[in-house]
Ligand binder design. Structure first.
Ligand SMILES: N[C@@H](CCC(=O)N[C@@H](CS)C(=O)NCC(=O)O)C(=O)O
Length: 225
């Protein structure tokens, strides 16, 4: 049995994605959390300076997409990449959409809604001294406001961000109309990556109840838990 350590923030959707893959494959793992100002240590773990980072029998891998490919090579079954080439392509594209687009909706919802930001800060500072909340939230707010302006969503009003997200979710809902999974007939990286982002939106944002009112999406999120 391999020794696997996930360096994480429990409330990071990318760390949630890796946890889902590890659980799907039945890989036992321990976690190291970097809440509050321990985030400064996370920066030094890998060249990217981001989480998740996985140590697998002493081998260190960074970036959730690369980690999933690595885990699929080390523990091929049950697979998260469909075998059929067109399904595999679609699953990889949906993973990329989740990571590179949907993620920014989650970040923007946290930045434009003080309640969501406070809930996210509670999660990201859990277990740390209370005073760390203040410097932590100032740095995170500044960093993500800047990133969101550059990415683009930060230039839109909150109502438009919410409306665009719900429109995207009607597309996800349509994919689930004929199959319990987004691609093919079993759970794949597409389900895992999209659900990991939505889990965090549901957990902190006021748009969460509207998402859970979409019955196919709510049932599918439960299947992806
Ligand atoms: N492409 C990376 C993105 C990871 C990522 O953005 N993680 C965030 C937490 S949700 C992070 O580490 N943010 C800190 C930073 O950007 O400095 C992946 O898939 O792992």
């Amino acid at each position: 049995m391999a020794t696997v350590v996930l360096h994480q923030w429990e409330a990071s959707p990318f760390c949630g994605k890796v946890r889902k893959v590890l659980n799907h494959k039945g890989i036992r793992f321990t976690v190291v959390n970097y809440n509050g100002l321990l985030a400064l240590k996370a920066k030094r773990l890998s060249r990217l300076g981001k989480l998740p980072v996985v140590d697998f029998d002493g081998e260190r891998v960074q970036d959730s997409t690369d980690i999933v490919v690595f885990l699929e090579q080390r523990v091929p079954e049950p697979a998260v990449f469909p075998a059929e080439p067109s399904q595999r392509a679609l699953a990889c594209l949906l993973e990329d959409w989740a990571d590179e687009s949907l993620y920014w909706f989650e970040a923007a919802l946290r930045m434009t809604d003080a309640g969501a930001r406070a809930k996210a800060t509670d999660l990201l500072c859990a277990g740390r001294p209370a005073w760390e909340r203040i410097p932590f939230s100032i740095v995170v707010r500044h960093m993500y406001s800047r990133k969101l302006q550059t990415q683009g969503l930060g230039k839109f009003p909150a109502s438009s961000i919410r409306e665009r997200l719900l429109t995207h979710l009607t597309y996800v809902d349509a994919l689930l109309a004929d199959s319990p999974w987004l691609v093919g007939h079993s759970k794949s990286i597409a389900d895992i990556a999209v659900a990991a982002q939505l889990d965090e939106i549901v957990r902190t944002s006021t748009v969460g109840p509207s998402i859970l009112e979409m019955p196919r999406i709510a049932d599918w999120l439960a299947r992806c838990a």
